[in-house]
Design a protein around this ligand. Structure first.
Ligand code: SME
Length: 164
């Protein structure tokens, strides 16, 4: 599948382009695994300086690793554990400028230096997390949070539509 990789000077435009590409791809997909796998691939392709991007799914009261791009990662995370478990327990996005300063960070890839975790809600209920790691400290900021939560929201709307 050919996705044009465009250069953007500003994050909001880049995030908007990534959103448009994820939405276009998901609009033609009806399988959860296939859609999440390609969504993570599109984000890895279009967002610079990511060493890991993917999904954790809320299953049986914990988090289970879903489709992703990057090094093998911890496959089960308890609610409240690590950055992802904190996001799942609170339902709130987690913006971690420096993972080495975050005492409960779970290191999957030693290269990871900063992390952004966004809730994926389906019909108002937390269904999954979109997790992004960067090897660059302070890589993620409020513009990423504002620009990429709409991607997680689009994934949530799509999951609702396909009826998982
Ligand atoms: N760092 C995460 C674990 C998942 S990896 O980043 C892929 C955490 O602390 O929950």
């Amino acid at each position: 599948m050919d996705i044009a990789v465009r250069q953007f000077e500003h994050k909001p435009e880049r995030c908007a382009y990534a959103l448009s590409q994820v939405e276009a791809l998901l609009s033609a997909e009806s399988d959860l695994i296939a859609g999440l796998a390609n969504a993570s691939a599109v984000l890895k392709l279009l967002l610079p300086d990511l060493n890991w991007v993917g999904f954790y799914l809320l299953r049986d009261g914990g988090l289970v690793l879903g489709p992703f791009q990057g090094k093998p990662a911890v496959s089960h995370i308890a609610l409240g554990a690590g950055v992802c478990g904190t996001a799942a327990e609170s339902g709130e996005a987690q913006l971690v400028p420096d993972v080495h300063q975050r005492c409960n960070h779970i290191a999957c890839d030693l290269a990871s230096a900063s992390e952004l975790v966004l809730p994926v809600r389906v019909d108002g209920a937390l269904y999954a997390l979109l997790d992004m790691d960067s090897p660059v400290t302070n890589h993620f900021d409020e513009e990423d949070l504002a620009g990429l939560q709409p991607v997680a929201d689009a994934v949530g709307r799509w999951i609702s539509q396909i009826g998982v």
